[in-house]
Ligand binder design. Structure first.
Ligand code: ATP
Ligand code: MG
Length: 392
């Protein structure tokens, strides 16, 4: 059983003077995450490395699962530690390590030692050579390959000796909290949870808004969105979800505007209300799951008309993705199975048979103007009756 994990992080290593800010954010996210699972954990930051030390009643699988949900982590290396001894002790240790971790291997390898403890009497290169030789003696079917080894065996000489060669992949990105926050338009579909996940991956904290239309959309459809928010929260941290009652606005649009423009006008009201809550939550952008051309309301012309009603930037991380590429990510982050549950959403009910695919902004604005006098109060009521809760 391992007791120590070395956490490898990518981009946050190259942030110059800001580096410690990112390391602190990462350590904080690790601490927060591990708080909720069994065991006692110590997070240690040391010269460009973060270590997680596990104790008490901890479970390996649960711990690794928690760590693979933390943005900023590129790799998780299970570490064996040994007492600091002379080179003959080290040679024995390394052979024991190989027998445990790579038994009867015939792969190529390379030893790479880092002498952090400068008092150690041998230099890194000398340690590499000694240990390479010890491994070749003990495992004759292995060979050295310094350029492209199958197994990179890394050692750190510190107060003890740390040895690792396995890397469990983390999600990459940047620790949540190292950037600002953004408002995700979260529907029950496949795309928007993925879009939220992608922006959260860049260190952005996520708030969310869902438009529901009872009785046309069911409680189960709403629960599905809550469940999706929880799935994204497993990576992004707690998500504040605003559930907006959108029925009366949709009915007013349905009664007043040309039916082929329904979706575009409805999307414009969603964006306006999303921006209201974004400003309230001090978010710096709105996120949607749109991708060019996926449906009529996502043509480039349609995107102009929905963008036109907000002044915050709209992040559409999936804009250039095919559906199959989005599905692949949805499966990886475990939102897919929930997203495909067959509960209707509010767009599918009020959708026209032949929606405009190339809406013209002036025409849409003219149609929308007919709502004047009734829509203001409906929007105000929708905002006032919005329910907000935290999904985690
Ligand atoms: P998704 O799979 O995310 O539902 P979609 O392909 O169904 O997307 P649309 O219904 O056109 O596409 O919606 C485009 C985007 O608008 C969604 O990705 C989401 O960000 C937002 N959106 C749509 N419906 C809702 C809703 N009911 N509540 C909140 N946001 C919504
Ligand atoms: Mg949808």
């Amino acid at each position: 059983m391992y007791h120590t994990y070395l956490i490898k992080y990518g981009e946050i290593g190259i942030k110059g003077n800001n580096r410690h800010v990112f390391e602190d954010a990462l350590a904080k996210q690790i601490r927060l995450k591990l708080q909720h699972i069994r065991g006692e954990f110590q997070i240690r930051k040391e010269r460009g490395r973060v270590y997680v030390e596990c104790g008490g009643d901890w479970d390996e699988e649960e711990t690794i699962d928690a760590l693979t949900h933390i943005f900023g982590i590129v790799g998780i290396c299970p570490v064996h530690t040994y007492e600091l001894g002379d080179i003959s002790a080290l040679r024995k240790d390394i052979v024991e390590y190989m027998n445990k971790e790579h038994p009867s291997s015939s792969q190529s390898f390379k030893v790479k030692a880092r002498r952090v403890n400068k008092e150690y009497y041998l230099q890194s290169m000398e340690i590499d050579a000694e240990l390479g030789e010890a491994i070749l003696e003990a495992c004759p079917s292995m060979r050295v390959d310094v350029h492209n080894p199958d197994i990179l065996l890394e050692l750190e000489i510190r107060d003890r000796i740390y040895v690792y060669s396995k890397v469990i992949r983390g999600p990459g990105g940047m620790p949540v909290g190292s950037n600002g926050s953004a408002m995700l338009c979260l529907s029950g579909g496949i795309d928007s949870p993925v879009a939220g996940w992608m922006i959260a991956k860049r260190g952005v904290k996520i708030d969310a808004v869902y438009f529901h239309a009872p009785p046309y959309t069911s409680e189960r459809a709403k629960q599905k969105v809550v469940d999706l928010a929880k799935k994204v929260a497993a990576y992004a941290g707690p998500i504040r979800l605003h559930v907006v009652n959108f029925t009366d606005i949709q009915l007013a649009i349905y009664d007043t505007c040309p039916h082929e423009e329904l979706t575009v006008i409805m999307r414009r009201y969603m964006m306006r209300i999303a921006e209201h809550f974004a400003n309230k939550d001090q978010d710096l952008a709105i996120i949607t799951g749109e991708s060019i051309g996926q449906v009529a309301s996502q043509t480039m012309q349609s995107l102009i008309t929905t963008n036109a009603v907000v002044s915050l930037p709209v992040y559409r991380p999936l804009v250039g993705f095919d559906k199959s590429e989005i599905v692949e990510i949805a499966k990886k982050i475990d939102t897919y199975e929930t997203s495909i549950l067959p509960y209707e959403d509010c767009c599918t009910i009020f959708v026209a048979r032949h929606p405009v695919t190339k809406p013209v902004l002036e025409i849409i604005e003219r149609s929308e103007a007919k709502l004047k006098g009734q829509i203001e109060e409906l929007v105000e009521t929708a905002i006032r009756t919005t329910e907000t809760f935290t999904c985690k």
